[in-house]
Design a protein around this ligand. Structure first.
Ligand code: ADP
Length: 567
């Protein structure tokens, strides 16, 4: 059919949609990978800054410790080596009051002078026990070969043995590079280091100012320093989570271990351009949206296919529905025109058939026109409040000739006071479509019941038949345009698939509802119903009309009963 979608076109469309999805997924993956790698680079840079800061912090502290220890020995050291006959300074000069504070505030400090050639030890301050003195002598003698002249002093730190030992000593040279004496002092790394670390933390430049832009060290990072034995020596006041940390170990002073953690809140300031934000939500949303769009596209395409198929089926079935009555009309009109009828009753029968088929054609064309008006949004209703029973009766009467060939009895049970605001033509079409279906799908000789009653705020029209019923899964779909049940598409029952769609559209325009119930036992069949908003009782003309209609109906029923009795 011309209106079906060409297969190649839809294949291309499906391929393009799927390609779009695949492309979007690939792009999202690439973007996610790039963002992840940027983030990893930024985090690596932050960890490098932390390592650099740890190194710089340790180096600055080491420098400051070096000069403050060197300063202790100033009173006993002179630029020149000891001249022959020159007296050695007393070690007590090392223990000036300010120096005492720095060395070991908690213990009673001492200073010593050792003559390495004789092993004579002279003490100032509170001299330690003989055992301790022996320990000091041996430790200094053992360390002396490591002494490098220009390095100023050496530290000895021993954690093993009975008592831990922390000494710092300097050599006083004699003539010809001989060791004249060794001056030394006991010190506590912790107290000396703590004051130095505090100073560096307060005022030292640890990270490049171009990056920190004036932020104090305490806002940039936190510091933890341990000694050689793992005892904490210093802890900066604020401690930040160990997200971006760096470490540095110093061998001097028995080993110092510094860990610096960058404050995550200032991490964006330190990395040029800031840390890249996670784009996961955005990418997920983009991918999801593309997925939804592609799914909608595929669904639309399927619908378009379905619609094209339904339209082409519709054209075929309408042509078929038009052709059959037209052929009948032409055949009987020809018979009459050529005077081929043998009797008066045959002539009446021919005219009856022509009338029947013409009515069928009218009904079909009216449905198609109404359907097309609804599609173009061009339906105009002229609403008026009226009693529905007479209108219903009139519609059924006009339809009776179409029901006759299938010998289906149409039984009516109408509430004469049922009243709604309706467009008469539309109401007629609603009734005829439902009754036409009921007759069409009923077995020959079956019975169709038409009920009209008032329930609460609604006037309910029900059309019951004894047909095959509607499968539960199709009870909504049958109201869609062009839809026909599979069993009817392949059967001899003609139909266009727009009757119920017209009913639903017209009822909705009246503010009403439509539906279908199926009975399985004891009798099979379906009940199609239409509920219209109820109006107050009709007055004047309509009420009279209603009464008249009722009388006519009674008369007709009497006449039918008489005729049945006669047969
Ligand atoms: P059609 O012209 O095919 O009758 P309709 O829109 O009136 O189109 O109905 C849609 C389909 O619903 C029909 O093709 C038929 O399969 C099913 N149907 C409608 N009314 C009945 C009924 N009373 N009993 C059984 N099936 C029905």
């Amino acid at each position: 059919m011309a209106d079906r979608l060409p297969r190649s076109r839809s294949t291309i469309l499906v391929a393009v949609l799927l390609l779009t999805m695949a492309l979007a997924a690939a792009l999202a993956y690439e973007a996610w990978r790039a963002a992840r790698s940027h983030r990893a680079t930024a985090e690596r840079a932050l960890r490098d800054y932390a390592s650099f800061a740890a190194w710089e912090f340790t180096a600055s502290s080491k420098g400051k410790m070096y000069s403050s220890i060197l300063y202790l020995f100033n009173p006993v050291m002179h630029e020149q080596p000891l001249r022959p006959g020159e007296r050695l300074e007393d070690p007590g000069a090392i223990l000036r009051p300010t120096a005492r504070e720095k060395l070991c505030p908690s213990a009673t400090p001492f200073a010593f002078r050792l003559d390495p050639s004789t092993g004579v030890l002279v003490f100032a301050g509170s001299a330690p026990s003989p055992e301790r003195q022996r320990q000091i002598r041996e430790a200094v003698k053992a360390d002396l070969p490591e002494y490098v002249r220009d390095f100023g002093y050496r530290t000895i730190t021993r954690d093993s043995g009975v008592a831990p030992l922390s000494l710092v000593y300097q050599v006083k040279w004699g003539p010809h590079d001989t060791v004249a004496a060794v001056y030394g002092v006991e010190f506590c790394v912790g107290s000396l280091a703590a004051s130095v670390f505090h100073t560096v933390m307060e005022s030292g430049t640890v990270l490049p100012p171009a990056l920190t832009r004036g932020l104090p060290n305490d806002s940039l990072f936190s510091v933890l320093v341990w000694d050689f034995a793992g005892h904490p020596l210093y802890r900066s006041p604020h401690q930040y989570p160990a997200t971006y940390t760096g470490e540095h170990a110093l061998d001097a002073y028995g080993g110092l271990h510094t860990t610096i953690s960058i404050n995550p809140a200032v991490a964006d300031r330190l990395v040029i351009g800031g840390r890249p934000k996670s784009r996961l939500t955005l990418l997920g949303a983009l991918l999801g949206l593309t997925g939804v769009l592609v799914a909608i596209g595929l669904l639309q395409l399927r619908r378009e296919h379905e619609l094209a198929r339904l339209r082409s089926d519709f054209v075929a079935s309408v042509s078929h529905e038009l052709r059959t009555p037209l052929a009948q009309v032409r055949m009987f009109a020809e018979t009459l025109r050529l005077g081929r009828v043998r009797s008066e009753s045959e002539r009446a029968r021919s005219l009856e058939i022509i009338d029947q088929e013409a009515r069928r054609l009218t009904h079909l064309v009216e449905n198609i026109l109404q359907f097309s008006r609804a599609e173009r949004q061009a339906v105009r209703l002229s609403l008026r409040s009226c009693a529905l029973a007479p209108q219903l009766r009139e519609a059924l009467d006009s339809f009776a000739p179409l029901a006759a060939p299938r010998r289906v009895r149409v039984q009516q049970s109408l509430d004469e006071r049922a009243c709604a605001i309706v467009d008469l033509e539309a109401f007629r079409q609603i009734v005829l479509n439902l009754v036409d279906n009921a007759i069409k799908y009923s077995p020959e000789g079956g019975q169709v019941r038409v009920l009209l009653r008032t329930t609460g705020e609604w006037v309910r029209l029900e059309v019951e038949d004894e047909g095959p019923g509607i499968p539960a899964g199709d009870r909504e779909r049958i109201w869609a345009p062009f839809f026909r049940l599979e069993r009817d598409v392949s059967s001899a029952v003609a139909g266009s698939g727009i009757g119920l769609a017209v009913v639903r559209d017209l009822v909705a325009r009246h503010g009403g509802r439509t539906g279908v119930d199926t009975r399985h036992a004891p009798a099979r069949g379906s009940t199609f119903y239409v509920a219209l908003p109820r109006a107050d009782d009709v007055s004047g003309g309509d009420a009279d009309q209603s009464a008249r209609a009722r009388e006519e109906a009674d008369e007709r029923e009497r006449a039918t009963a008489g005729a049945e009795e006669r047969t």
